[in-house]
Ligand binder design. Structure first.
Ligand code: FAD
Length: 403
């Protein structure tokens, strides 16, 4: 497209801010508006379940930008305002303002899933205000119940345990983080959580959840002063339904983030389902680096400059003193392959030391992902074989070359 006169970015989180910065870096000189439902300037979410929740970091440490930086970028902010309608060429806000634009970027992220009939006192964790409230609440509590052992749930459990709380985690699946890691590698994660002093109950069924805790299907009662729902994020795209897009899997985009059938509209981040040209599907990544990488691609596409090189999806989590890392697409895998360390053996045994363990994920014969537990240097080396689509034999040869 020719250089836009006005770009409107909806969503003032990571993806939105990085898009704005990328546009200016790519030389876009026209007007840029950034619309954000929250009243805060863009901030970083990963610390909300880690250092910020632990009370180790304050707000200034998680700020992604400042008013001065945004002034310098020449960005018009609309904070505390939600976009409520979209048509190609215009976005309507909840105060009735219509912003006309020749390029619109949707960077709206997710909201927390909730439980129908769950107690009103159960806490969620997606934004800064929720993290601040939870951090204060944990200060006055001694027992925490976390419902859901996804990454955010287990990170909250880790942080709360490090603050001295007695923590129980209830998970409906057979292992924690199973949606992302799969159940075999999830078994190793289960050990990590349990060795961290948390009472992790998998295959748990909850008969009822009240202000004081949960009653399990077995009749057992788990008491708690505080309850956190960590049952994942969900799309909140009702306002885009009049566009006629199929939004069930996220905002459907091509491999440059252009939204299907809507000229001049792009999407990035957690809510965006980009075409993966390599595998021919449209995954949505709830990863910090994906939002950043996609923002760079979209900024270049709008500016008409060369796109940055393609990247391999990357996710990390810090919990129980270890960094869990994941590169690639484990969702595509049909088998796993022990690579390094002693935490995960060929026969699926997960009894050895967890730290230093790295596991490959194969689809057929092709390496599609690598997960590591406290194995950062090793895991990083696998970007190249993943990008090359190494087969099993080449992966093992590569592993042996790392010593
Ligand atoms: C507690 C927590 C811990 C995490 N830890 C990790 C981690 O360790 N590693 C990792 O890789 N990833 C982590 N993530 C995920 C990572 O933070 C996200 O992938 C990233 O923030 C996605 O960026 P985004 O721009 O898509 O969405 P967000 O950063 O969520 O920003 C979206 C913004 O859009 C706003 N918005 C929504 N709808 C509208 C609307 N209609 N109008 C205006 N504004 C709107 C929202 O209020 C929000 O501020 C974590 C996330 C959370 C919540």
């Amino acid at each position: 497209m020719s250089e836009p006169e006005h770009v409107v970015v909806v969503g003032a989180g990571l993806g939105g801010l990085r898009t704005v910065e990328g546009l200016r870096r790519a030389g876009v000189g026209g007007r840029i508006s950034l619309v954000g439902a929250e009243k805060h300037l863009p901030y970083d979410r990963p610390p909300l379940s880690k250092q910020y929740l632990a009370g180790e970091w304050e707000h200034d440490r998680i700020a992604l930008t400042t008013e001065d930086d945004l002034d310098e970028l020449g960005v018009r902010m609309h904070l505390g305002r939600s976009a409520v309608a979209l048509e190609p060429g215009q976005v309507e806000l909840d105060d009735g303002t219509t912003l006309h634009a020749d390029a619109i970027v949707l960077a709206v992220g997710l909201t927390s899933r909730t439980l129908d009939g769950g107690p009103g006192s159960a806490r969620l964790l997606r934004d800064l205000d929720e993290s601040r409230t939870l951090r204060d609440a944990l200060g006055a509590a001694s027992e925490l119940l976390v419902v859901g052992a996804g990454f955010i749930g287990t990170e909250v459990a880790s942080t709360a345990a490090s603050r001295g709380l007695r923590v129980t985690v209830l998970e409906a699946a057979a292992t924690p983080m199973a949606r992302v890691l799969g159940e075999q590698v999830g078994a190793l994660a289960a050990r990590l959580v349990r060795e961290g002093g948390v009472d992790l109950r998998c295959d748990a069924s909850i008969a009822s959840l009240g202000d004081d805790g949960a009653t399990l299907g077995s009749g057992e009662v788990v008491t708690a002063d505080e309850i956190v729902l960590g049952i994942g994020g969900q799309l909140d795209l009702g306002w885009l339904e009049p566009t006629g897009l199929d939004l069930s899997g996220g905002i459907p985009c091509d491999e440059r983030g252009r939204v299907d059938g809507l000229d001049g509209v792009w999407a990035v981040g957690d809510a965006a389902a980009w075409t993966d040209p390599r595998h021919g599907d449209r995954p949505r990544h709830e990863h910090w680096t994906s939002a950043t990488d996609q923002a760079a691609v979209v900024a270049a596409d709008i500016a008409g400059t060369d796109p940055p090189p393609a990247t391999v999806p990357y996710f990390w989590s810090d919990q129980f003193g270890l960094k869990i890392q994941l590169i690639g697409r484990p969702d595509l895998a049909d088998s796993v392959l022990p690579l390094h360390g002693e935490g995960f053996a060929d026969d699926g045994d997960t009894g050895g030391p967890i730290k230093g363990t790295a596991i490959g994920y194969l689809r057929g014969d092709e390496l599609v992902a690598v997960a590591g537990f406290g194995a950062a240097r090793r895991v990083a080396r696998y970007r190249r074989p993943l990008a090359d689509g190494a087969d099993r034999a080449a992966t093992l040869e590569f592993r042996d070359s790392l010593g």
